[in-house]
Each structure stands twice: as structure tokens, then as C-alpha cells.
Write a protein that binds this ligand. Structure first.
Ligand SMILES: NC(=O)c1ccc[n+]([C@@H]2O[C@H](COP(=O)([O-])OP(=O)(O)OC[C@H]3O[C@@H](n4cnc5c(N)ncnc54)[C@H](OP(=O)(O)O)[C@@H]3O)[C@@H](O)[C@H]2O)c1
Length: 205
């Protein structure tokens, strides 16, 4: 797949490395004057945001929540593309979420993006676990949700390619449940200092 990544930080760099390693064409979309925070992964290129997005079938949003609207609006036409929303609408002090319960960051992103098929994914565990999620004999799940079945099938492949077990949890409004899961993971890791690695697994009988 041809993938544009908006946000070349922890999440963007990890996904770029893993996806490029699986043979995808990956381009960071950089805002003017910005440089990737980490060394460019092998096989990954960079371009201005509208150019990276125009060439891509899949756009991945992995910027801090306060930058999300600007990043989406700078993307140019998104109609017909798949937009993966990996953001979490965290408060600055990580004590909670800026929005939730009756809406979600993913639904807000979809409203900004217009006629785009948004899929929430990659938000529930730390980016250091992408590609390193085999824990105690099990692989951590990568939960995802969205309203378009074809888009979700494509994203499921990309979740597998990032070393997680894809779990479809339903329509996009289920991001109202996935975003608080991120808060749980962050609180366990950052405030409670629970040793890594740990992730989430849906146990099924
Ligand atoms: N960190 C994790 O483990 C993790 C896991 C799951 C989900 N998330 C969520 O994923 C998102 C990204 O987290 P992160 O830790 O990867 O953040 P990060 O390391 O701070 O990186 C953010 C990246 O976004 C770029 N950026 C900022 N404004 C932008 C804009 N308008 N257009 C394009 N790029 C822009 C930054 O560029 P500059 O440096 O030039 O500003 C930087 O490359 C957040 O919403 C976070 O809650 C994080």
C-alpha cells in the first residue's frame, strides 16, 4: 500500500519502520520546517503534507491531539482515502481525556476530514510495543473500529504488519471505548510505573 504518515514522532516512526519493512511505500508528510524526530527508517521518504497525502491510499494521523485539526486541514483532498486515526485526546498532564463518552477524537477527526473513511487504530498501547508485542506467550491485540468494511479490512492488514493481532470492535463510535483504554495503559505505565512490556488481549472461548 502507499501510505502517508502525518506525525514523525514515536508512533509515526515505529509504524513507518514496520510498514516499510513489510514492503509498503511509506512517506512522512512533514509540516513546513519540520524534521522527523528519529532517524528516517530505511526505505521511508518525506514530502510536504499535501504531496505525501495526494500520492497515498492510506493516511495515518499520529500527531498530538492539539495539532490534529491543523494536520487534517493541511492534508488537502482526502475523499476516497482511508484515514487511520491513532491520536488520543489527552489532557496535558495525562490525567484524563479532553473529550469522550458522547463523542471521540476519531469522530471529531472524521468531521474535519469530510468524505474520508476513518478507522481508529494503534491508540491503545505504547508505540514501543508495535513489533514487540509478544508477551507471555501471547500477542497483544490491536483494536480498531470504523464504519467502512473495506477500509477496516485494509487497516487490519496494516495492524498485522505492525505485529499486533487485529480485533474489530465495531463502528467508529466505539472509539469512545478505545480512547479511554489508552488512558488506562498510560496511567499504568507512566503514573503507576508498571514494568513494560504489557498490553491488552481479548480472551475468547
Ligand atoms: N507515544 C505513544 O506510545 C502513543 C501510542 C498510541 C497513540 N499515541 C497518540 O499518537 C499521537 C502521536 O503521539 P507521539 O508520541 O508519536 O507524538 P510525538 O512523538 O510528540 O510526535 C508528534 C509528531 O507530530 C508532528 N506534528 C505536530 N504537528 C503537526 C502537524 N500540524 N502536521 C504534521 N505533523 C505534525 C511533530 O512534528 P514536530 O516535532 O515538528 O512538531 C512530531 O513529528 C498522539 O495523539 C498520541 O496520544 C501515542
Amino acid at each position: 500500500m502507499n501510505i502517508a504518515i502525518l506525525g514523525a514522532g514515536n508512533v509515526g516512526s515505529a509504524l513507518a519502520r514496520l510498514w516499510a519493512g513489510q514492503g509498503h511505500t511509506v512517506t512522512f508528510g512533514l509540516k513546513p520546517g519540520s524534521n522527523p524526530r528519529n532517524p528516517m527508517p530505511a526505505g521511508v521518504s518525506a514530502a510536504a503534507i499535501p504531496d505525501a497525502v495526494a500520492a497515498a491510499a492510506v493516511v495515518t494521523l499520529c500527531v498530538p491531539w492539539p495539532a490534529a485539526e491543523a494536520a487534517v486541514r493541511s492534508a488537502g483532498p482526502l475523499a476516497g482515502k482511508v484515514l487511520i486515526d491513532a491520536t488520543n485526546p489527552l489532557k496535558d498532564d495525562l490525567s484524563g481525556l479532553e473529550l469522550g463518552t458522547t463523542t471521540s477524537a476519531a469522530e471529531q477527526v472524521a468531521a474535519w476530514a469530510g468524505r474520508t473513511r476513518v478507522v481508529k487504530a494503534f491508540n491503545t498501547i505504547g508505540a514501543m510495543l508495535y513489533g514487540n508485542a509478544d508477551i507471555a506467550g501471547m500477542r497483544a491485540d490491536g483494536f480498531y473500529c470504523g464504519d467502512d468494511a473495506d477500509a477496516k479490512r485494509e487497516v487490519a492488514t496494516l495492524i498485522t504488519d505492525a505485529g499486533l493481532d487485529p480485533i474489530d470492535v465495531g463502528p467508529l463510535r466505539m472509539a469512545r471505548a478505545l480512547e479511554p483504554m489508552a488512558l488506562l495503559w498510560i496511567d499504568l505505565a507512566v503514573r503507576q510505573k508498571r514494568p513494560l512490556p504489557f498490553g491488552f488481549k481479548l480472551l475468547r472461548g
